[in-house]
Design a binder for this molecule. Structure first.
Ligand code: ADP
Ligand code: MG
Length: 329
């Protein structure tokens, strides 16, 4: 089942007191995002802190309502679901957060934590203890973990429990929001391997959200690069690494230490700060930091344009080059 986001937008209203009274301002966290996430793929959403990744995750889960736009799963509208319909949706779409402490009740033993979703969502019949043990085994934990409290486990073990809790309802899609970002590199690798194994085993679809470009390229089939709540580029992870076309993506790639010095030529440097999403720049949000910007970039917002094989970029300069190449051949 395909998950589709269509012209999704989320603005948060801020009220600020000024000399003249109360001023209304809006944070444009997610701005006109359209995406199709295909069944069985690992889809990466990459962006710096504040680019709108978590807001996007919360919108997909229905924890926030879109200001504009819609979300469908298998063609069915899922924005604004409540009650049983929302629970049915959560049976299909689960999330793992960066900090399992925030999602695991500290007063409950792991066994109880895992039994809860099984009971609530009425997934399986049969022996609950057995089900819990099976879940623990799936994520590489011993059955004895059942009797422990979250604080008695390591960060990696807690994240395994969070994954088990997500798996408990037998979802089709798992959203991982910076799920391994807080872990040591070696533990990160173990959790990534676990996620890969589980994908194989259950044919899961992942939406993998991270600020870590390397990690997304390693783990994901396709990636969307987010900047100030907008998609700059979408393509396969291979294409992202080998031939990124958006100046922002190129700058991001340059910032990642490359093992191969040959890949370091043509380095573009990311200068300046990310502008505030309160008053984002007109036109392309990246234009104030872009070395290639032309007049049009500060005027009109570029659309995502396909440059071949589903590789899409939102950049006037790229579009112009594509048109020129097409005209001369
Ligand atoms: P990321 O996960 O990529 O770091 P977020 O989605 O958390 O980004 O935030 C995107 C922007 O929206 C940030 O500027 C953040 O401050 C703002 N934001 C997120 N949630 C709220 C909220 N509930 N109220 C106001 N602003 C918010
Ligand atoms: Mg976040």
């Amino acid at each position: 089942m395909q998950l589709s986001l269509s012209h999704l937008k989320k603005s948060f209203e801020l009220t600020q007191r000024s000399g003249w009274g109360v001023e209304r301002k809006f944070v444009h966290a997610v701005s006109d995002v359209s995406l199709d996430i295909r069944e069985g793929e690992s889809f990466g959403i990459v962006g710096e802190s504040g680019s709108g990744k978590s807001t996007l995750a919360r919108l997909i889960l229905g924890l926030e309502q879109p200001t504009e736009g819609g979300i469908t799963l298998g063609g069915r509208d899922v924005a604004g679901l409540t009650g049983k319909a929302r629970r049915d949706y959560w049976k299909q779409v689960q999330i793992i957060f960066q900090d399992p402490f925030s999602s695991l009740n500290p007063r409950m033993r792991i066994g109880e934590i895992l039994a809860e979703p099984i009971r609530n969502y009425g997934v399986a019949t049969g022996d609950l203890t057995e089900r819990v043990e099976r879940l623990l085994k799936l994520v590489g934990l011993a059955p004895t973990a059942s009797n422990r409290y979250p604080h008695e486990l390591s960060g990696g073990q807690r994240q395994r429990v969070a994954i088990a809790a997500a798996l408990a309802v037998e979802p089709r899609i798992i959203l991982a929001d910076e799920a391994v970002s807080a872990l040591d590199v070696s533990v990160q690798a173990q959790i990534i391997n676990l996620l890969s194994d589980l994908k194989q085993q259950f044919g899961l679809t992942y939406i993998f959200i991270t600020h870590d470009l390397n990690l997304s390229v390693y783990f994901c089939d396709r990636i969307a690069v987010l900047y100030l709540g907008q998609i700059m580029e979408i393509c396969s992870s291979d294409a992202l690494l080998e031939r990124p076309v958006h100046p922002y993506t190129q700058a991001l790639i340059s910032a990642v230490p490359a093992v191969d010095p040959a890949k370091r030529k043509n380095r573009t440097r990311l200068t300046g700060e990310i502008p505030s999403p309160i008053d984002p720049p007109k036109g392309c949000p990246f234009h104030p930091r872009c070395a290639l910007a032309i007049a049009q970039c500060s005027e009109t917002r570029p659309e995502l344009v396909d440059i071949g094989n589903g590789h899409r970029a939102a950049c006037h300069v790229v579009t112009q080059n594509v048109l020129q190449t097409a005209a001369t051949t």
